[in-house]
Design a protein around this ligand. Structure first.
Ligand code: DQA
Length: 148
């Protein structure tokens, strides 16, 4: 979509396994299906959504570095890195971009270690426990943020 603002959706470690991970936490969609749904929603709202997933922390960090000059907002689900990666936190801070943290599962209601996010305070919002709808909500939050 020519001229529309770009948003980047970045999935981290193990999220390529959606569809075979515990469906009670993560639902039954594959990552490809999830991304297609969010991309379609974003396009209808006038945004171009680029999607990326990696199981390598340094690659995730480098993708954040590159996002600085190429997109206007970020939707981040770093998976388990959420809870301990200061490298990802620092890279996010460097972007200076508005970001929404999304988790498919309700991280506050699971194991203790999932309750803490090292990126949360750098994000304009966190949406958790709403499955794929959480990503749709994130697009709406970013739309508002980017227009203000
Ligand atoms: C997750 C929650 C994390 O705690 C977990 O390590 C994941 C997925 C989620 O989307 O619910 O891999 O980010």
């Amino acid at each position: 979509m020519w001229g529309s603002a770009r948003i980047e959706l970045l999935h981290g470690v193990n999220l390529d396994q959606l569809g075979s991970r515990d469906p009670t936490h993560y639902g039954s969609l594959t990552l490809t299906q999830l991304e297609a749904g969010v991309r379609q929603y974003a396009a209808a709202r006038g945004f171009q959504l680029s999607c990326f997933q990696t199981n390598h922390e340094g690659v995730y960090v480098e993708r954040l570095h590159a996002a600085r000059d190429s997109v206007k907002g970020l939707i981040l689900n770093p998976g388990a890195w959420t809870h301990y990666s200061y490298a990802i936190r620092d890279a996010l801070e460097l972007t200076g971009l508005p970001a929404v943290e999304v988790h498919l599962s309700d991280v506050q209601e699971r194991e203790e270690f999932r309750r803490h996010s090292v990126i949360g305070e750098l994000c304009v919002a966190t949406v958790a426990g709403k499955g794929v709808d959480g990503y749709v909500e994130a697009v709406e939050i970013l739309a508002k943020e980017m227009s203000s």
